[in-house]
Ligand binder design. Structure first.
Ligand SMILES: *Cc1c(COP(=O)(O)O)cnc(C)c1O
Length: 558
């Protein structure tokens, strides 16, 4: 008899009737009860797996599911191959060799450098200290000052830096954990949130927090959605649905907080997330939908109005990642640039992350997370009432926080003001558009722009050349661009410093394309081409993962 049939037989058998029949109070035998329970557990187990399989099929389709299965199998087999005797040692040797090369580049102990591996016995005096700091600031580096770095430094103007340093100095000991000791910091933090809220057309009930950066804002948005779904709907196996192009911080959040993450393909032409595919993946475990405005890889704004409609229909939270868009996207319309709706004016949008430390030009270590209402914000709070150290309540991950950075942020927002941000949006977006049209018109078939970017990031690739070779040649010319994968491409995120370097960027790019063509395919590979050549050709990420681990280790090599 199959288990299902047995369950049925059991349900119909006399002992079961005995339970339900109040006239017959004879207890059912323990063995039967155990049997019944076992069958129920079995049925539950089968049902769970059937539901999962059904959801996978409905969400990904037959072809999508088969592709996933194929990739999983291939990756597993390859994993076995890599750990096979004979192979394992060789792989390790090659990884060590590559990391050795990286170390010579990254951890430069040139002549005249002193390594400090323990506290100096006697503290340095002011003069010595300043000399030492100057040496550190002047170590050979990519030239952000000349606008040759993608992203990274968003403003860099001396006057602003001076004011920020002044603010830092005045509030250097402050900590928002103690609002009674530092009331000025509490006021500034609340006002930073209010100012950003007004930029994103937040409703009167809107509420927000500041965090240490975009990643923490995203972690908190996911945590809030997870806690909300658990408290209000009893969801214990949370899932979120994100565009494939979303920032890696969402993967981090999924990993940290035990949320299953579904990456959805983007449309091949527009590079916006395929909203119909998002819809297919929604089920009763879904806690959050996500769109970017714009995304990091290609600078493309997803179809937020369509995602909002979907969120409203299914009564799900929708987070808009505006970390990068920050103080640019809200000023597109004022500047006469095309801009879709992306903020709280759309009824489905429940939270928005905005990095004040990107185009808000605040010092690094500040971002704002906005919610449509206070209840959503409260789901990210951490409170414990039983700690021997006292009742403990904190809004986000950190306990103590740097009030000095809040002062620096408030100072930046207040000195630049609406007009200043309007203007910087104009300069930066104009620069991006200049680069976009130059790539489209001056490189023939060699380069093309990915999608139709409306903001500050321009991603490009090539049908005739290895784009990573182009990136490496740009590095030789002093540029620091971002390499992208899946598909292979490169991007430049325009900032205030790049505005002045835009002509040089295009002429150097022409030079780079020419050099790559002259060298031909067989030439020795640069770092980017080598790394992404390996990454793209291997069935799983284990080798690249080990390289990345080694890279992080090097960050801490004194
Ligand atoms: C920069 C960025 C983030 C967050 O990054 P942090 O480095 O943690 O500030 C999130 N999303 C996008 C699209 C970004 O560009």
């Amino acid at each position: 008899m199959t288990n299902m049939a047995r369950t049925k037989a059991l349900v119909n058998s006399r002992p079961f009737a005995q339970i339900r029949d109040p006239r017959n109070r004879r207890p059912i035998s323990a063995a039967l009860l155990v049997d019944l329970l076992r069958n129920l557990v079995f049925a539950y187990f089968i049902l769970r797996h059937l539901t999962k399989a059904y959801r996978q099929l409905r969400g990904r389709g037959l072809i999508g599911s088969s592709v996933s299965l194929y990739q999983y199998t291939r990756s597993t087999l390859y994993g076995w191959f890599l750990s096979a005797p004979g192979v394992k040692g060789k792989v390790t040797a090659q990884i060590d060799e590559a990391l050795g090369k990286l170390e010579t580049k990254m951890v430069a102990h040139g002549p005249g450098t002193t390594r400090y591996l323990a506290l100096p016995e006697r503290g340095m005096d002011k003069e010595e200290m300043l000399a030492e700091l100057t040496k550190l600031a002047e170590m050979p580096h990519s030239k952000w000052e000349e606008g040759m770095v993608s992203g990274a430094v968003y403003h860099g103007g001396d006057d602003l830096i001076e004011l920020q340093a002044k603010a830092y100095q005045m509030f250097s000991v402050s900590n928002p954990l103690h609002p009674d000791v530092f009331p000025g910091v509490r006021k500034m933090e609340a006002e930073v949130v209010a100012m950003v809220m007004s930029l994103f057309n937040g409703p009167a009930e809107g509420a927000g927090v500041t965090t240490s950066g975009g990643t923490e804002s995203i972690l908190m948005a996911v945590l809030s959605a997870r806690n909300k779904a658990n408290a209000e709907r009893g969801v214990t196996e949370p899932e979120m649905i994100v565009p494939k192009t979303v920032h890696a911080a969402f993967d981090k959040a999924a990993d940290y907080f035990g949320v299953k993450i579904h990456h959805v393909e983007v449309d091949k032409k527009t590079l916006k997330v395929d909203v119909r595919k998002v819809a297919r993946l929604i089920n009763s475990n879904t806690i959050l939908l996500v769109g970017s405005a714009p995304n990091f890889p290609h600078g493309i704004i997803d179809d937020i109005p369509a995602l909002s409609a979907l969120a409203v229909k299914h009564r799900l939270p929708l987070h808009v990642d505006c970390c990068l868009g920050s103080f640019i996207v809200p000023f597109l319309t004022t500047n006469g640039f095309p801009s879709p709706l992306f903020d709280f004016r759309l009824p489905g949008v429940t939270s928005i992350s905005c990095d004040t430390h990107k185009y808000g030009f605040a010092p690094k270590g500040n971002s704002v997370l906005l919610y449509r209402n206070r209840a959503l914000r409260a789901y990210q709070y951490y409170i414990t009432t039983t700690w021997p150290g006292g009742v403990y309540a904190s809004p986000s991950i950190a306990g103590s926080r740097p009030g000095a950075l809040i002062a620096g942020t408030w100072t930046s927002l207040m000195t630049i003001g609406r007009e200043g941000y309007r203007q910087s949006c104009h300069e930066i977006v104009s620069t991006a558009r200049f680069i976009k049209s130059a790539i489209e018109t001056s490189f023939g078939d060699d380069l093309y722009v990915l999608g139709d970017p409306l903001v500050s990031v321009i991603a490009f690739s090539s049908k005739t050349l290895n784009i990573y070779d182009v990136a490496d040649t740009m590095s030789e010319l002093g540029w620091h661009l971002n390499a992208l994968q899946d598909p292979p491409a490169v991007h430049i995120a325009c900032t205030k410093p790049t505005v002045a370097a835009k002509d040089k960027f295009i002429s150097d790019l022409k030079e780079a394309v020419l050099r790559v063509k002259l060298k031909g395919e067989g030439a020795a590979k640069g770092d980017t081409a080598a790394l992404y050549g390996v990454a793209g050709s291997l069935p799983n990420g284990s080798v690249v993962r080990r390289m990345a681990e080694g890279f992080i280790d090097l960050l801490y090599k004194a």
